[in-house]
Ligand binder design. Structure first.
Ligand SMILES: [Zn+2]
Length: 228
């Protein structure tokens, strides 16, 4: 069985201060056997996390992921080979396919955080999204996860879940247990038998990301000239 948190952020996201090493430690502590690092429009943190896990010889699979901003909302991509630039959803899906990556609608009914309105997507675009994040530990209202779950079941899409951790203490708050596999790949991420688990994070965790944005802005303002 593989226990995986499929949505986490590091300092390589503009709204997180989590050091990569701390995220990896938190994953091990939470008993995860796999973690997807899904920074906003970046795979730097994921690449670094792979190096850290390897260096520390941890029994933790680090999946190269990214949370890509598109014109229709946020799309999680897994097993990417290269960073995918933000842009139109159609173009992002095409690039993900070229790379053999798995696509997942992130917190689809949380429109305040750029969820994709799955019900309004043209069928050809929806057909290219294999998975739905049906449990995101950070959604402000549980009904948003419930709607995501109902949509995924109705449309026979694969169910995924993640903490959306922007602070190491949130890692593992939501997870998927995959059965009958010893490591995840693009096929088993979509096809393996699974169980979703976790609990909603306290609403206060959102202050972590606001604080991170503010601190990074201030750091930019006060950076001495010539240091960029
Ligand atoms: Zn996220």
């Amino acid at each position: 069985m593989i226990k995986a948190d499929l949505h986490t952020h590091t300092i390589f996201s503009k709204d997180s201060l989590s050091r990569v090493g701390d995220v990896i430690d938190a994953a091990a502590k939470a008993g995860l056997s796999a973690i997807a690092i899904t920074d906003h429009d970046s795979i730097e943190g994921a690449l670094e996390a792979q190096r850290v896990a390897r260096r520390r010889n941890l029994p933790l699979q680090v999946i190269l992921g990214e949370e890509v901003r598109t014109d229709k909302g946020d799309l999680l991509v897994y097993f990417v080979k290269k960073r995918i630039a933000p842009g139109k959803l159609g173009g992002v899906l095409a690039e993900a396919k070229r790379q053999g990556a798995v696509c997942c609608a992130a917190h689809p009914y949380d429109f305040a955080r750029h969820g994709i309105a799955l019900g309004k997507l043209p069928a050809p675009l929806l057909a290219k999204i294999g998975c739905v994040e049906v449990f995101n530990a950070r959604v402000p209202m549980p009904s948003q996860n419930a709607r995501a779950m109902a949509f995924a079941l109705r449309n026979r899409l694969a169910l995924l879940a993640g903490s959306d951790a922007h602070h190491p203490s949130e890692v593992g708050a939501a997870y998927v247990e995959f059965y009958g596999v010893s490591a995840l790949d693009a096929a088993s991420l979509v096809g393996a038998h699974r169980k979703i688990g976790g609990k909603s994070s306290s609403p206060f965790v959102r202050f972590y990301s606001r604080y991170a944005v503010l601190r990074k802005k201030l750091a930019g303002l006060f950076r001495p000239r010539g240091m960029d």
